[in-house]
Ligand binder design. Structure first.
Ligand code: ZN
Length: 166
């Protein structure tokens, strides 16, 4: 099966649709505050995942490890699965690692559409922001508040963003 390339057909609607589907039903009563986990965590579409050791983030898929997953060295489903019917996000897209000093690292796992971190470049009067595409297989340090794009294209921008919090 041919996989979609992010830049070719992305219409910009999928992440919103996925997010809307995960929102709780409207209620007239105020909602209780969410049970926010303490410590390093990843925020994905309103869900918080506490980081312990390493975790792979990727497109939710059944039957893992399939033969093609095993060929690429993946023997279990991603710990942080994302429903992505457009298939821009790889089955095993990126790895997060919390090292023994409590520093968080992210590594793109050779994904088709890439992983990128939001960076600021400071001008004399204004700041501009851009997504820095990560070299596959290289660890990049994350700091509190970093925004990461799963699939990113230079002309269409980020596809789905996640954030890191300590
Ligand atoms: Zn898999």
């Amino acid at each position: 099966m041919q996989r979609n390339a992010y830049g070719a057909v992305f219409a910009g609607t999928n992440s919103m649709a996925t997010k809307a589907a995960s929102l709780p039903a409207a209620s007239s009563k105020p909602m209780a505050p969410p049970n926010v986990p303490l410590g390093p965590r990843i925020l994905v579409e309103g869900w918080q995942y506490r980081l312990v050791g390493s975790a792979v983030i990727g497109r939710a898929h059944v039957g893992c490890p399939l033969e093609d997953c095993r060929k690429k060295g993946f023997w279990g489903a991603p710990e942080i699965p994302i429903v992505d019917s457009y298939r821009y996000i790889g089955k095993h897209h990126a790895r997060l690692l919390l090292d023994s000093k409590g520093t968080c690292w992210i590594e793109d796992l050779n994904s088709l559409n890439g992983t990128a971190i939001l960076r600021a470049s400071r001008g004399r009067r204004t700041h501009s922001f851009y997504f820095q595409r990560l070299s596959p297989g290289v660890g990049y340090m994350l700091v509190n508040g970093d925004l990461v794009a799963l699939a990113s294209s230079s002309n269409r921008g980020p596809y789905l963003t996640i954030s890191y919090h300590t």
